[in-house]
Design a protein around this ligand. Sequence first.
Ligand SMILES: [Zn+2]
Length: 303
Amino acid sequence: MYDVVDAKRSVRPKFQLVDIRSNPAKFVSLDGLREEPGSTKLAKLRYPTPPSRTISNAKPPIMLHTVVARAAFVASFCVLAPIANTCHAAIVTILPIQVGNGSGDFGNPGQELFLQATNKIWSQAGITFNYLPFTSIISADYYDLDDQNEVDSLFANAPGASLDAKTISMWFVNDHYDAYGEVNEVGGLNANKIVISNFVFDETRLDTIAHEVGHLLGLNHDDPGVETNFLMRSGDDRIAPTVIGNIFPDGTGLDRMTAGQVAIALADAKVSAVPEPSSVILVAGCVGFAFLRRRQMQTSCRG
Ligand SMILES: [Zn+2]
């Protein structure tokens, strides 16, 4: 007749088969009375003496269902965490406006938004862009911005601009006399206007739109930590990507943002928060973890 008992478990529980008839003195019943060999009670589980010390000092055996539950818990985070990180927590809405010269020519004739590149850059801040359908205006003066007066005039008159101050109005012109793009202000609720030159698309500067949006969200060229491979470096010496594979975190890792810039941008009023799946997952994870801890404690108590 064999029974299963706990051996000494100073580190991990081990089991051994013991012929309880060969040494009945090792086994006592739970009420402390020694069992007689051959008793029918010997077929039941016995604890080595003294049972209280052995059980209290031993780690409980790790039950199979606990191992499976822990593995499932860890695996769920490994799978869900990367998904949550790629989910965007905030959006910025942009109204694209093509400027025509009245002769059938328009800035940005291909209606490019470099949307994939722009969203990849701003995913560092958890921001994605919601573009409204293209609109257009006709103005020979604004089609080619020959000097700063015309740029200022465009921002002041804002033909075709959105009536929602939190929506960015983005005019696509044929030429800007001095820049790939320009904004009306840096940060704040009045900073909601951008002009983009067609040179951006001629030269495939994938980050100009993202850079100008950065200004509207409060970022500057001289923010601490901004180097030539950072989004907000001036266009004069910023290394601009021409392929999406070189945008951070891939390839040559261009268009980075500092943690401080991310915080500034997210605090701007034009950034609208949306429900964040990662927070839901986090709450579910905490509930699951608490449940497992409870199960584990119950297992220990059963000792
Ligand atoms: Zn700039």
